[in-house]
Unconditional design. Structure first.
Length: 307
């Protein structure tokens, strides 16, 4: 009996060992290997190329006014550049121009300066301009021409001409030390758009501006001099909104107003009342204030004075 029990136990032990040896092992995963980046799709590459040329592809939920705000443009300009019959009728995947035609590809507006044709050979020194011609004649742009046009009436002679040609050099050199757009931005004078406690600060990606608490009907003023680019409620999430354009690169936005007291196209001065604080499209009475530079939200505290 004992031998049979021993044989039975031995048989069971061998069976278990055999089962363990044939069990499939779990696959080994190298957790130290870095995840492979997701390759961009052709549509994403195409979108990037279109953006560089000043074009934008409409996505679901877009409105023309929101697109204009994101690119720092007047939505009426978008209507003109894209020959839109109805600004409220834009389609998903429709390609829109969002930068002026003359700035496409560079993303920077260029001044309208008359330059000679491409096949014209330009001498290394400024061309000599005949002073006997009428002042209304069309001339090729040059420092000499500019100096002559700026010379006071009656100032003639070679000495005057030589001085006038050299005089613009100093201001021109000073202007080149700072990009025009940057210099213009820094010359702007700002003030807080309303009294009240800041209840939400700028946080890129989460809050595109600052939120200021207040009471219903409290004055909202223009933070700087400019022209009203938009006044209405066409952008979801902003309620009654006023957008003021200060120059070619800077604009400010004032959202959630109870009422608006200015009209599109109206020039406003710094400190002029433009709206009454409210809670339109918001969970409480407050002013949401943004400053955008080249269409990109920037921290308003970098522009507003300390208080």
């Amino acid at each position: 009996m004992t031998n049979k029990s021993s044989l039975l136990i031995l048989s069971l032990t061998m069976a278990l060992l055999s089962a363990c040896s044939t069990t499939n092992q779990a696959p080994v995963v190298d957790r130290n290997s870095a995840p492979q980046p997701k390759p961009s799709t052709p549509s994403e590459d195409a979108q990037k190329g279109r953006d560089e040329r000043g074009l934008y592809t409409v996505k679901k939920g877009d409105t023309l006014i929101r697109i204009a705000l994101e690119y720092g443009q007047n939505y009426r300009d978008l209507v003109t550049w894209n020959n839109l019959a109805n600004p409220n009728d834009i389609k998903v995947d429709q390609v829109l121009r969002v930068l002026p035609p003359e700035s496409a590809g560079s993303g920077v507006q260029t001044s309208a300066i008359v330059m000679p044709p491409a096949d014209t050979k330009v001498p290394p020194t400024p061309p000599v301009v005949k002073k006997t011609g009428p002042k209304g004649e069309k001339r090729v742009y040059s420092d000499t021409v500019l100096a002559e046009l700026q010379r006071p009436e009656g100032a003639t002679g070679k000495a005057d001409g030589a001085v006038a040609a050299v005089a613009p050099a100093a201001p021109a050199a000073a202007a080149q030390s700072l990009p025009p757009a940057v210099a213009e931005d820094e010359r702007l004078s700002w003030m807080w758009p309303s009294e009240g406690k800041v209840i939400a600060s700028f946080d890129e990606g989460k809050n595109k501006g600052v939120d200021i608490a207040g009471r219903a009907g409290q004055q909202v003023v223009a933070a700087g001099a400019g022209k009203v680019m938009y006044a209405g409620s066409g952008i979801r999430g902003y309620g009654n909104l006023v957008i003021v354009k200060h120059n070619n690169s800077l604009l400010s936005a004032y959202a959630h107003n109870r009422s608006i007291v200015v009209k599109e196209g109206q020039s406003v001065t710094k400190g002029q009342m433009i709206a009454e604080m409210g809670d339109s499209d918001a969970d409480a009475v407050k002013l949401h204030f943004e400053i955008r530079q080249q269409g990109k939200p920037v921290d308003p505290s970098k522009f507003l004075p300390n208080r």
